[in-house]
Design a protein around this ligand. Sequence first.
Ligand code: PEP
Ligand code: MG
Length: 837
Amino acid sequence: MQNNPHTTLVTPTAPIANNTHGGRAKCLQRLVRLDLPVPRTVALSFDAVQRIAKGELPDIAAIVSQFPEGTLLCVRPSSEDPDWGGPGAVLNIGMNEARLAALADRLGTEAARAIYTRFVQNYAVDVARLDPDVFEPVEGPEGLSEALRAYEAELEEPFPADPAEQLAAVLKSMARAWDGTSARLLRQAKGAPADAGLGLVVQEMALGLGGGNSGSGVLQLVNSETGLPQITGRYLSQSQGRDALEGDAALYLSRDPRGPSLEDLAPEAFAALKADAALMRVKLREEMQVEFVIENGQLFILDGVRVLRSSQAAVRIAVQLADDQIISRAEALMRIQPRTLSELLHRQVSPKAKRDVIGQGIAASPGAATGQIVFTATEAQASAARGEPCILVRRETSPEDIRGMHAAQAVLTERGGITSHAAVIGRGIGLPCVVGASNMRFNRSKKQLVTRDGRVFAAGEIITVDGSSGQVLAGAPEMQEAALDESFQKLMDWASEHCDIGIRANADTPTDAQTARNFDAQGIGLCRTEHMFFEPGRLTVMREMIFAETSEDRRAVLERLLPMQREDFTQLFRIMEGKPVCIRLFDPPLHEFLPTDRAGQRELAEALDLPLSDVTRRIEAMSEYNPMLGLRGVRLGVTVPEIYEMQARAIFEATVAVSAEGLAIVPEIMIPLVSARREVELVKTFIDAVAAAVRMEHDHNFDYRLGVMVETPRAALRTAEIAPYCAFLSFGTNDLTQMAYGLSRDDAGRFMSAYVQQGVFPEDPFHVLDTDGVGELLQLGAQRGREAQPGVTLSICGEHGGNPESISFCREAAFDYVSCSPFRVPVARLAAAQLAI
Ligand code: PEP
Ligand code: MG
């Protein structure tokens, strides 16, 4: 048999590999090498199993001859990755009348008959594929004859007595089950390739029934939820297979005040089991769940599988294994999926909770929250003031909703994609958010949310938004808290040691900046200043500025905004303690700051002491067919320079103010939406003039760095002429994606899933950077910019900044840093470290 490549006795040196015989066979070989008490095992390769499925059986007699005469066998699946599943194990193969008699002498009649009965039932249902209802277990001495009679009646032939015949049938049935459609779909959903193979292991049974202490169970050395050391598992006397996991009557493993334990019952076997589990942890370099059997006081190890684990446990386990020097720190880093971290950073719906799913959209900002439905930002604020958690439900959000978003626990929108307003703000402030839930209808006037199947949820009713899965749930399912513990911090420190690309955060407010600092961001890569104008008290001043008739009037109003902006920047500089802060000058079209509804316009008319008709006329005059491509970004800077001048002054005055506190700041000022060299030249000229004026007024010298946000395709193509004016170029991949595809970032959500499903786009390009098209623009822009201005700092600051795939791209293109939402900083750091290892 050793020479047969398809059926191999598992010995320390047999040629067995994960990708030829499956994970279980390989693991058993490792256990054999550790000299653990593993029952004798023969492994069948993927190839052998494939042949069996086609009807080509291996030499069954040769397999049977590997085991002592008269032993019972079991067959278990061994797929390459245990997560891909496989057919259920079949136990006690070889049972027949002769063995019944022999076993009855050894174990007693009752135990022997129980084994036989169970085998017949198992075989009838799983191998002969008879109706399970016919084989309902019958208790007591009648059980066996009843099962045999039912088998014969159904198949009109006696139950097979020949162990070789039984084994052949079991192998055939398991091999074919792997090829079944549902098994195939199930494993492909878990990431298995279409041609994933199945191996099988044939193992001598350790019975777990009969005299002395006998039974079976599982044991692991850590808690699966927390990852903390704790012996957990179950043991059931007189049991086999998965019995201990299914029944209620299992015993505790270690001594426990709540009831009898294996440790009380069989202290020696328990001690041996614990020692074996500890050895497996060290030698297999992983926390393992041990499957074991005790037969008349003697321990057998049947298998070991990776302990199932929550995200929190995954981090703790990896860090502990590294701390115990079982694996290296680099390996601990490689074992954690970056995505796992974003689960740790937010509250989540508990994996155990029942989900009553009422809608589905795009998972735009991770974490989950429960609250009562509100339909306007004002109601969200009122609800928060009453101390009642709420979910803000909007068709889509606009800057007007920001205060409502801050007041809400989560946001749900009917429209929008991964870079829509709600999504960007949600991620920025760590607020769970689902956007583009187009299978729900939002009826604002009736204040109702209607699901696809007609369920109606009124304002005030409780729902849960799960921004990690994109689901909307009725009611308040059980939650699991965020878990940032010492292990998480250690892992982050180790990641920093490997990380070879800078990680900054996109942060607009002091709170965001503080979060960025807490996650050790190396600076702020994008501060979207327009978000600062929605603070209470500022919006009206802003609107006054927009309504100013002359440049002088505008300057006068801006004078009132100046100290507020100065204070904003001073706070950001203080929080960042000398780390770089990149401030983007005002970007959006002005009319975004004006009320859209009648009531708001009436209020504005009152506040500005203007006739309502004046206000509506001005708003109409300012509205644009396509505001995303209209008067915004640097175009405002060129045509209404007073705003940028005020912002530059506020930045420089804040620099002077914090330098008096001993903080050496070199502020970075970024010009948005550039498409032509001359735009940069014009803005640079007046910003330089403001800097000179502030230096003179305060008699204080300071430096600053001016840069351009490359977010139009033309800017990317023309960096050679733009870069000479710049200390840095930061690629805004949200707008660059929007404009490269000609695809509205606010509307793409409506059809994106159809596009991805039909393979038009491999992924939502607003979510995962399109390295082919948009990536080519980035590469050209970076290369031409660097040639024209050697040493220019390159970065990306769009929502792609925190994605592992985009980070890989940026590393390869030798970018200096990526900038992402504060809550994605740890994810980005881990991803970058993994790429560097
Ligand atoms: C971008 O366009 O990539 C960007 C970061 O800016 P915003 O999302 O504010 O348009
Ligand atoms: Mg942009």
